[in-house]
Design a protein around this ligand. Sequence first.
Ligand SMILES: Nc1ncnc2c1ncn2[C@@H]1O[C@H](COP(=O)(O)OP(=O)(O)OP(=O)(O)O)[C@@H](O)[C@H]1O
Length: 316
Amino acid sequence: MPVAESRPAPAPAVGIRAQGLTKRYGGIAAVHDLSFTANPGVVTGFLGPNGAGKSTAMRMLLGLTRPTQGTITIGGRHITGFDDPVRTVGALLDARAVHPRRTAADHLLAFAQTAGLGKKRVGEVLDLVGLTDAAARRTGGFSLGMHQRLGIATALLGDPGVLVLDEPLNGLDPGGIRWMRTLMRDLAAQGRTILFSSHLMSEMELTADDLVVIGQGRLLAESTLEEFVQAQTTQTVTVRSPALDELASALSRAGITFDRAAGPSLQVTGADAATIGKIAATEGLALGELAPVRESLEDVFLRLTHDAAEHESRAA
Ligand SMILES: Nc1ncnc2c1ncn2[C@@H]1O[C@H](COP(=O)(O)OP(=O)(O)OP(=O)(O)O)[C@@H](O)[C@H]1O
Protein backbone atom coordinates (compact mmCIF):
# COMPACT_ATOMS: atom_id res chain seq x y z
CA MET A 1 0.00 0.00 0.00
CA PRO A 2 1.40 3.45 -0.81
CA VAL A 3 2.67 5.32 2.26
CA ALA A 4 0.21 8.19 1.81
CA GLU A 5 -2.83 5.89 2.06
CA SER A 6 -2.06 4.82 5.62
CA ARG A 7 -1.65 8.37 6.87
CA PRO A 8 -4.39 10.38 8.51
CA ALA A 9 -5.56 13.26 6.32
CA PRO A 10 -3.46 16.35 7.12
CA ALA A 11 -5.18 18.96 9.22
CA PRO A 12 -6.22 22.14 7.38
CA ALA A 13 -3.69 24.97 7.39
CA VAL A 14 -4.20 27.12 10.47
CA GLY A 15 -2.07 29.69 12.21
CA ILE A 16 -1.13 30.43 15.80
CA ARG A 17 -2.28 33.64 17.43
CA ALA A 18 -1.37 35.03 20.84
CA GLN A 19 -3.38 37.99 22.13
CA GLY A 20 -2.48 39.82 25.32
CA LEU A 21 -0.93 36.62 26.63
CA THR A 22 0.31 36.95 30.20
CA LYS A 23 1.63 34.42 32.70
CA ARG A 24 2.64 35.46 36.19
CA TYR A 25 4.41 33.26 38.71
CA GLY A 26 3.97 35.05 42.03
CA GLY A 27 5.13 38.59 41.41
CA ILE A 28 7.12 37.71 38.26
CA ALA A 29 5.66 37.95 34.77
CA ALA A 30 7.23 35.14 32.71
CA VAL A 31 5.13 36.40 29.76
CA HIS A 32 3.63 39.86 29.69
CA ASP A 33 0.88 41.10 27.33
CA LEU A 34 2.35 39.17 24.41
CA SER A 35 0.63 39.28 21.02
CA PHE A 36 1.95 37.68 17.83
CA THR A 37 0.96 35.41 14.96
CA ALA A 38 2.69 32.47 13.28
CA ASN A 39 1.25 31.84 9.84
CA PRO A 40 0.74 28.65 7.79
CA GLY A 41 3.23 28.01 5.00
CA VAL A 42 6.18 29.68 6.69
CA VAL A 43 8.73 28.83 9.36
CA THR A 44 8.45 31.25 12.28
CA GLY A 45 11.48 31.57 14.53
CA PHE A 46 10.77 32.28 18.20
CA LEU A 47 13.78 34.20 19.53
CA GLY A 48 14.67 35.41 22.96
CA PRO A 49 17.49 35.18 25.50
CA ASN A 50 17.39 32.62 28.33
CA GLY A 51 14.34 33.11 30.51
CA ALA A 52 12.57 35.35 27.95
CA GLY A 53 9.38 33.30 28.19
CA LYS A 54 9.48 31.21 25.00
CA SER A 55 8.86 27.84 26.67
CA THR A 56 6.13 29.32 28.86
CA ALA A 57 4.33 30.71 25.78
CA MET A 58 4.66 27.37 23.98
CA ARG A 59 3.33 25.52 27.02
CA MET A 60 0.31 27.85 27.13
CA LEU A 61 -0.32 27.13 23.44
CA LEU A 62 -0.32 23.42 24.19
CA GLY A 63 -2.68 23.77 27.15
CA LEU A 64 0.01 22.62 29.61
CA THR A 65 0.12 25.96 31.45
CA ARG A 66 -2.89 28.18 32.06
CA PRO A 67 -2.49 31.86 31.08
CA THR A 68 -3.03 34.44 33.82
CA GLN A 69 -4.58 36.64 31.12
CA GLY A 70 -5.04 36.65 27.36
CA THR A 71 -5.25 33.80 24.87
CA ILE A 72 -3.11 31.73 22.55
CA THR A 73 -5.07 29.89 19.89
CA ILE A 74 -4.77 27.67 16.83
CA GLY A 75 -7.04 28.75 13.99
CA GLY A 76 -8.94 30.86 16.53
CA ARG A 77 -9.58 27.94 18.89
CA HIS A 78 -7.95 27.00 22.17
CA ILE A 79 -6.21 23.62 22.10
CA THR A 80 -8.88 22.12 24.36
CA GLY A 81 -11.50 23.01 21.74
CA PHE A 82 -10.19 20.39 19.29
CA ASP A 83 -11.64 16.85 19.21
CA ASP A 84 -8.32 15.54 17.94
CA PRO A 85 -5.45 17.66 19.31
CA VAL A 86 -2.75 15.19 18.17
CA ARG A 87 -3.79 15.75 14.55
CA THR A 88 -3.98 19.48 15.13
CA VAL A 89 -0.65 20.26 16.77
CA GLY A 90 2.57 18.33 17.26
CA ALA A 91 5.07 19.45 19.87
CA LEU A 92 8.66 18.91 20.88
CA LEU A 93 9.30 20.41 24.31
CA ASP A 94 11.76 18.25 26.21
CA ALA A 95 13.19 15.55 23.97
CA ARG A 96 14.68 13.61 26.89
CA ALA A 97 11.29 13.17 28.57
CA VAL A 98 10.86 9.56 27.43
CA HIS A 99 10.97 6.33 29.42
CA PRO A 100 14.61 5.12 29.18
CA ARG A 101 13.71 1.41 29.22
CA ARG A 102 11.27 1.69 26.35
CA THR A 103 12.43 1.14 22.78
CA ALA A 104 11.91 3.94 20.26
CA ALA A 105 9.22 1.89 18.50
CA ASP A 106 7.40 1.09 21.77
CA HIS A 107 7.50 4.75 22.82
CA LEU A 108 5.89 5.78 19.54
CA LEU A 109 3.44 2.89 19.61
CA ALA A 110 2.20 3.80 23.09
CA PHE A 111 1.70 7.38 21.94
CA ALA A 112 0.01 6.28 18.70
CA GLN A 113 -2.40 3.97 20.51
CA THR A 114 -3.38 6.65 23.02
CA ALA A 115 -4.08 8.97 20.08
CA GLY A 116 -6.03 6.33 18.13
CA LEU A 117 -3.43 6.10 15.35
CA GLY A 118 -2.44 2.90 13.54
CA LYS A 119 0.83 0.97 14.00
CA LYS A 120 1.81 1.66 10.41
CA ARG A 121 2.29 5.33 11.16
CA VAL A 122 5.00 4.43 13.71
CA GLY A 123 7.12 2.86 10.97
CA GLU A 124 6.53 5.85 8.73
CA VAL A 125 7.67 8.45 11.25
CA LEU A 126 10.70 6.35 12.28
CA ASP A 127 11.67 6.27 8.63
CA LEU A 128 11.02 9.99 8.22
CA VAL A 129 13.43 10.90 11.05
CA GLY A 130 16.07 8.31 10.14
CA LEU A 131 15.62 6.09 13.21
CA THR A 132 14.43 2.88 11.54
CA ASP A 133 17.66 1.07 12.42
CA ALA A 134 17.35 2.18 16.06
CA ALA A 135 13.65 1.28 16.39
CA ALA A 136 14.29 -1.72 18.67
CA ARG A 137 16.85 0.06 20.88
CA ARG A 138 16.02 1.35 24.36
CA THR A 139 15.96 5.13 24.45
CA GLY A 140 18.12 5.21 27.61
CA GLY A 141 21.14 4.66 25.34
CA PHE A 142 20.18 7.38 22.86
CA SER A 143 22.32 10.46 22.23
CA LEU A 144 20.66 13.88 22.54
CA GLY A 145 20.50 14.06 18.74
CA MET A 146 18.65 10.72 18.60
CA HIS A 147 16.28 11.92 21.33
CA GLN A 148 15.57 15.01 19.22
CA ARG A 149 14.78 12.83 16.20
CA LEU A 150 12.48 10.66 18.31
CA GLY A 151 10.81 13.80 19.66
CA ILE A 152 10.20 15.01 16.11
CA ALA A 153 8.83 11.59 15.17
CA THR A 154 6.39 11.81 18.09
CA ALA A 155 5.34 15.33 17.06
CA LEU A 156 4.69 14.13 13.50
CA LEU A 157 2.69 11.01 14.41
CA GLY A 158 -0.69 12.65 13.90
CA ASP A 159 0.46 14.48 10.72
CA PRO A 160 -0.57 17.77 12.34
CA GLY A 161 -0.98 21.10 10.57
CA VAL A 162 0.87 22.95 13.35
CA LEU A 163 4.28 22.11 14.83
CA VAL A 164 5.71 23.74 17.95
CA LEU A 165 9.36 22.87 18.47
CA ASP A 166 11.33 24.12 21.47
CA GLU A 167 15.06 24.10 20.65
CA PRO A 168 14.80 21.24 18.10
CA LEU A 169 18.42 21.73 17.00
CA ASN A 170 19.92 21.07 20.46
CA GLY A 171 22.36 18.19 20.39
CA LEU A 172 22.29 17.67 16.63
CA ASP A 173 25.54 17.36 14.69
CA PRO A 174 25.99 19.47 11.52
CA GLY A 175 24.37 16.79 9.36
CA GLY A 176 21.45 16.56 11.80
CA ILE A 177 21.03 20.34 11.85
CA ARG A 178 20.88 20.45 8.07
CA TRP A 179 18.36 17.59 8.09
CA MET A 180 16.17 19.39 10.65
CA ARG A 181 16.36 22.65 8.67
CA THR A 182 15.25 20.89 5.48
CA LEU A 183 12.48 19.06 7.32
CA MET A 184 11.08 22.27 8.84
CA ARG A 185 11.22 24.04 5.49
CA ASP A 186 9.54 21.10 3.71
CA LEU A 187 6.79 20.90 6.34
CA ALA A 188 6.13 24.63 5.97
CA ALA A 189 6.10 24.30 2.18
CA GLN A 190 3.28 21.76 2.61
CA GLY A 191 1.24 24.56 4.19
CA ARG A 192 1.89 23.76 7.85
CA THR A 193 2.56 26.29 10.59
CA ILE A 194 5.99 25.86 12.15
CA LEU A 195 6.99 27.74 15.32
CA PHE A 196 10.46 26.88 16.58
CA SER A 197 12.87 28.34 19.08
CA SER A 198 16.65 28.16 18.83
CA HIS A 199 19.70 29.74 20.35
CA LEU A 200 21.66 29.09 17.16
CA MET A 201 21.34 32.42 15.36
CA SER A 202 23.13 31.30 12.23
CA GLU A 203 20.64 28.44 11.92
CA MET A 204 17.69 30.71 12.68
CA GLU A 205 18.94 32.93 9.87
CA LEU A 206 19.03 30.00 7.43
CA THR A 207 15.72 28.45 8.47
CA ALA A 208 13.17 31.07 9.53
CA ASP A 209 11.03 33.19 7.21
CA ASP A 210 9.38 35.17 10.00
CA LEU A 211 10.59 36.13 13.46
CA VAL A 212 8.91 36.74 16.79
CA VAL A 213 11.49 38.24 19.15
CA ILE A 214 10.77 38.46 22.88
CA GLY A 215 12.73 39.70 25.87
CA GLN A 216 11.67 39.50 29.52
CA GLY A 217 8.30 38.14 28.46
CA ARG A 218 7.50 41.06 26.14
CA LEU A 219 7.37 41.34 22.37
CA LEU A 220 10.42 43.17 21.01
CA ALA A 221 9.85 42.65 17.29
CA GLU A 222 7.65 40.75 14.87
CA SER A 223 8.40 40.75 11.14
CA THR A 224 9.99 38.81 8.36
CA LEU A 225 13.61 37.92 9.11
CA GLU A 226 14.78 40.08 6.21
CA GLU A 227 12.85 43.13 7.41
CA PHE A 228 14.01 42.58 10.98
CA VAL A 229 17.69 42.63 10.04
CA GLN A 230 17.24 45.56 7.66
CA ALA A 231 15.15 47.67 10.02
CA GLN A 232 17.53 47.21 12.94
CA THR A 233 20.73 47.68 10.96
CA THR A 234 22.51 50.93 10.30
CA GLN A 235 23.50 50.82 6.67
CA THR A 236 27.27 50.72 6.29
CA VAL A 237 29.31 50.45 3.09
CA THR A 238 32.99 49.45 3.04
CA VAL A 239 34.92 51.42 0.39
CA ARG A 240 38.51 50.92 -0.74
CA SER A 241 40.29 53.05 -3.29
CA PRO A 242 43.90 53.70 -4.38
CA ALA A 243 42.92 57.38 -4.02
CA LEU A 244 41.37 57.12 -0.56
CA ASP A 245 42.27 60.69 0.55
CA GLU A 246 40.65 62.22 -2.53
CA LEU A 247 37.60 60.02 -2.12
CA ALA A 248 37.29 60.97 1.57
CA SER A 249 37.43 64.67 0.60
CA ALA A 250 34.80 64.18 -2.12
CA LEU A 251 32.47 62.41 0.33
CA SER A 252 32.98 65.14 2.92
CA ARG A 253 32.13 67.81 0.32
CA ALA A 254 28.92 65.87 -0.42
CA GLY A 255 28.08 65.89 3.31
CA ILE A 256 28.38 62.11 3.64
CA THR A 257 29.52 60.67 6.96
CA PHE A 258 32.21 57.98 7.21
CA ASP A 259 34.72 56.43 9.58
CA ARG A 260 38.34 56.03 8.55
CA ALA A 261 39.60 54.16 11.59
CA ALA A 262 40.00 50.78 9.89
CA GLY A 263 43.18 51.33 7.84
CA PRO A 264 43.00 51.48 4.06
CA SER A 265 39.21 51.58 3.83
CA LEU A 266 36.33 53.90 4.67
CA GLN A 267 33.23 52.73 6.55
CA VAL A 268 30.56 54.96 5.04
CA THR A 269 27.30 55.29 6.97
CA GLY A 270 25.81 58.32 5.27
CA ALA A 271 25.06 56.95 1.78
CA ASP A 272 24.31 53.77 -0.13
CA ALA A 273 26.76 52.03 -2.51
CA ALA A 274 25.18 53.51 -5.65
CA THR A 275 25.60 57.10 -4.38
CA ILE A 276 29.22 56.48 -3.37
CA GLY A 277 29.96 54.88 -6.77
CA LYS A 278 28.46 57.87 -8.56
CA ILE A 279 30.60 60.34 -6.59
CA ALA A 280 33.76 58.32 -7.30
CA ALA A 281 32.91 58.20 -11.02
CA THR A 282 32.22 61.94 -11.17
CA GLU A 283 35.59 62.64 -9.50
CA GLY A 284 37.37 60.12 -11.75
CA LEU A 285 38.52 58.05 -8.76
CA ALA A 286 39.08 54.29 -9.06
CA LEU A 287 37.45 51.99 -6.50
CA GLY A 288 39.01 48.77 -5.18
CA GLU A 289 35.94 47.70 -3.20
CA LEU A 290 32.40 48.94 -2.71
CA ALA A 291 30.59 46.53 -0.41
CA PRO A 292 27.42 47.05 1.66
CA VAL A 293 27.92 45.48 5.11
CA ARG A 294 25.03 43.30 6.22
CA GLU A 295 24.88 42.69 9.95
CA SER A 296 24.20 39.13 11.02
CA LEU A 297 20.99 38.20 12.82
CA GLU A 298 23.16 37.53 15.87
CA ASP A 299 24.56 41.09 15.87
CA VAL A 300 21.07 42.57 15.58
CA PHE A 301 19.52 40.23 18.15
CA LEU A 302 22.22 40.84 20.77
CA ARG A 303 21.95 44.61 20.35
CA LEU A 304 18.15 44.60 20.51
CA THR A 305 17.92 42.39 23.59
CA HIS A 306 20.75 44.30 25.29
CA ASP A 307 19.01 47.62 24.58
CA ALA A 308 15.69 46.24 25.89
CA ALA A 309 17.36 45.00 29.11
CA GLU A 310 19.03 48.40 29.61
CA HIS A 311 15.71 50.15 29.10
CA GLU A 312 14.02 47.83 31.64
CA SER A 313 16.70 48.35 34.26
CA ARG A 314 16.51 52.14 33.81
CA ALA A 315 12.70 52.03 34.08
CA ALA A 316 12.83 49.85 37.23
N1 LIG B 1 6.75 26.92 36.78
C1 LIG B 1 7.41 28.06 37.00
N2 LIG B 1 7.43 28.66 38.19
C2 LIG B 1 8.07 29.81 38.41
N3 LIG B 1 8.75 30.49 37.45
C3 LIG B 1 8.77 29.97 36.21
C4 LIG B 1 8.11 28.73 35.91
N4 LIG B 1 8.30 28.46 34.58
C5 LIG B 1 9.06 29.48 34.09
N5 LIG B 1 9.34 30.36 35.05
C6 LIG B 1 10.11 31.61 34.90
O1 LIG B 1 9.58 32.30 33.80
C7 LIG B 1 10.61 32.93 33.04
C8 LIG B 1 10.54 32.48 31.59
O2 LIG B 1 10.97 31.12 31.50
P1 LIG B 1 10.91 30.28 30.15
O3 LIG B 1 11.44 28.92 30.45
O4 LIG B 1 9.57 30.39 29.56
O5 LIG B 1 11.96 31.09 29.24
P2 LIG B 1 12.65 30.65 27.88
O6 LIG B 1 12.62 31.83 27.00
O7 LIG B 1 12.04 29.39 27.37
O8 LIG B 1 14.13 30.38 28.38
P3 LIG B 1 15.22 29.29 27.87
O9 LIG B 1 15.65 29.74 26.54
O10 LIG B 1 16.29 29.42 28.92
O11 LIG B 1 14.55 27.96 27.89
C9 LIG B 1 11.92 32.58 33.73
O12 LIG B 1 12.27 33.65 34.59
C10 LIG B 1 11.56 31.35 34.52
O13 LIG B 1 12.40 31.23 35.66
